[in-house]
Design a protein around this ligand. Structure first.
Ligand code: GDR
Length: 329
């Protein structure tokens, strides 16, 4: 019998990669969409033909119940959130409502409609924040450093709690940073690769960033959605760290990205206090041994390949836009 999945956050980077993966495996895929006239829906429809849209909002309990009744999914992937750490400092309450309480609303909706639906929660390495140990595992204590990180800790623990309280098949993937050519422009890797492409083509001269000292464990989003899928195919629900195990600085990413385009980043990168955060997460690196052992999951894309892939894609996008005489962001 074919399976059906409902994805929240369908218009985001991970939503489209996951939808593609599930469709290739024969799933019927629904994406939860909120509001009206969402310009990203056309992009999703183009990237993942076959995705069906259903209305609903993580702020609106009854809409989630109605969406589940409409789709009758076997699996729900909760990727919807205010996911930009910088924004969460400016919209702390809304972040708590969507990124935190939104998880409970979806779990309650599942309990109401069909408590056999399997649930995936997008937890985050930002929960580790001011890290207590390195590398971080499923057992490392949390110390979040932003309203986003705090809301994700809440979402993580409420997922564990519904699993333990009601026997629900609820899993959390603690995903470290994962990037791709589809990454939003507000995140540092895409901001850099888009900037590199525009500088290379003479469309801008400078790229202005914040803290270049922080270090992250960066993987490829296409690999990471496969881990989400694998978690829900296990005999028992559990939590998993998903990471490459390698840590690199923003400077290293700058070096690779500018070099790919034949440029020297030192000639083009400036600093602006606007892009610094009130509290920073300095160094994150994950240990994905459990995922490797139990899910058979391993990352396929190196840090250098990831940077090159993103620069090449942004150069192609900007070249097409220049040829068409239109700005491309
Ligand atoms: P992060 O990703 O906060 O790790 O969360 P982001 O790319 O926004 O920042 C990474 C690091 O780069 C520094 N930085 C800048 N960041 C942005 N966005 N813009 C800049 O100009 C800039 N300059 C320096 C940041 O200070 C930070 O240290 C991402 C998100 O996808 C989360 O949703 C997800 O949960 C985690 O990754 C895992």
């Amino acid at each position: 019998m074919s399976s059906t999945a409902l994805i929240t956050g369908i218009t985001g980077q991970d939503g489209t990669y996951l939808a593609e993966l599930l469709i290739s495996r024969g799933y019927t895929v629904y994406g939860l969409v909120r509001g009206q006239n969402n310009p990203r829906l056309a992009v999703v429809a183009q990237l993942c033909p076959g995705v069906e849209f259903v209305e609903g909002d993580l702020l609106d309990q009854s809409s989630l119940i109605a969406a589940l009744e409409t789709c009758q999914p076997n699996e729900v992937y909760n990727l919807g959130a205010i996911s930009f750490v910088g924004l969460s400092f400016k919209q702390a309450l809304l972040t708590g409502e969507i990124t935190g309480l939104g998880v409970t609303r979806m779990l309650e909706a599942i309990r109401t409609v069909n408590d056999k639906i399997k649930f995936y929660q997008a937890s985050s390495s930002e929960m580790f924040g001011k890290v207590r140990e390195s590398p971080q595992t499923e057992l490392t204590p949390f110390h979040p450093r932003s309203p986003y990180g705090v809301a994700k800790v809440y979402g993580h623990y409420i997922t564990v709690n519904y699993r333990e309280s009601y026997g629900m098949f609820a899993c959390s993937g603690i995903l470290f940073n994962h990037e791709s050519p589809r990454r939003g422009m507000e995140f540092v890797t895409r901001k850099i690769t888009n900037g590199v492409a525009r500088i290379k083509l003479g469309m801008q001269k400078q790229l202005t960033l914040g803290n270049l000292e922080s270090q992250r464990d960066w993987g490829f989003a296409g690999d990471y959605v496969d881990a989400m899928y694998r978690m829900l195919q296990q005999p028992d629900p559990d939590d998993y760290v998903i990471a490459t195990g390698e840590m690199h600085s923003i400077r290293e990413f700058l070096e690779l990205a500018f070099t790919r385009a034949g440029l020297d980043w030192r000639d083009h990168v400036g600093s602006d206090p606007r892009f610094f955060r009130p509290a920073e997460v300095d160094r994150l690196v994950g240990d994905a041994s459990k995922a490797r052992d139990k899910l058979g999951w391993t990352p396929t894309t190196t840090f250098k390949d990831l940077a090159n892939m993103m620069v090449d894609s942004d150069l192609a996008i900007q070249q097409r836009a220049a040829a068409a005489g239109a700005p491309a962001g």
